[in-house]
Design a binder for this molecule. Structure first.
Ligand SMILES: [Ca+2]
Ligand SMILES: [Ca+2]
Length: 208
């Protein structure tokens, strides 16, 4: 009586099945490889890198009806503002007009977004000086308005570079809230509040 073999001995039929399975797997692997190559290929044109390196946030009290604007000049002398929301390296999310246009109709009910905030992102940095101004564009309350300004570097970790409060009082009031210089490493130096009008540069008409 022979003992049962401890080793598996494939029959000719099993061998054929294994070959078939192997070929099928090889085929799938090849298709996955081709699919991966096609997916990994970047678009040659129209690529937009949304990664932000710096964030400039300008806010004023919730539900306030006054319209505040942020204006930023980059080292090339180009001014970002609500009529020029994209300079290539800087982007303005929206023109927040106080409580105007902050209403939504959801399920037939009027819902108000209380936030007053304009946000500027720097997608990359160009070494040189950046000038951040705020403008009291429309003064409905005819009262002084506190404005909160924050500049953050986002990478490799979030770091607040500047935080300050500025007060404006009256349509047409413009303030330079911070100027800073970015070096080739993206580090900040020469922070100041030396005043520089950007409204003059863009010739903006301010409402009374
Ligand atoms: Ca605004
Ligand atoms: Ca608002």
């Amino acid at each position: 009586m022979t003992s049962r073999s401890r080793f598996y001995r494939p029959s000719p039929n099993n061998s054929a099945f294994t070959d078939l399975l192997f070929n099928a797997l090889l085929g799938f692997a090849f298709m996955f490889f081709i699919a991966f190559i096609l997916m990994a290929k970047p678009e040659e044109t129209g690529k937009v890198d949304n990664k932000a390196e710096y964030l400039i946030t300008v806010s004023w009290p919730n539900n306030h009806s006054d319209d505040i604007d942020v204006l930023v000049e980059d080292p090339r002398g180009e001014v970002l503002w609500y009529s020029n929301k994209d300079t290539g390296i800087m982007h303005l999310d929206r023109d927040d007009r106080g409580s105007l246009q902050d209403h939504l109709i959801i399920d037939g009910k009027k819902v108000t977004n209380p936030i007053n905030q304009e946000t500027v992102t720097l997608r990359s940095w160009v070494p040189g000086e950046y000038v951040v101004n705020v403008l009291h564009y429309q003064a409905n309350t005819r009262q002084p308005v506190p404005i909160y300004i924050k500049v953050e570097r986002l990478n490799p970790e979030v770091k607040i570079l500047y935080y300050g409060v500025e007060q404006v009082n009256g349509a047409g009031t413009e303030r330079t809230v911070v100027r800073f210089v970015l070096d080739s490493q993206g580090d900040v130096s020469d922070v100041s509040q030396l005043q520089k009008s950007l409204v003059d540069r863009i010739g903006k008409k301010v409402q009374e």
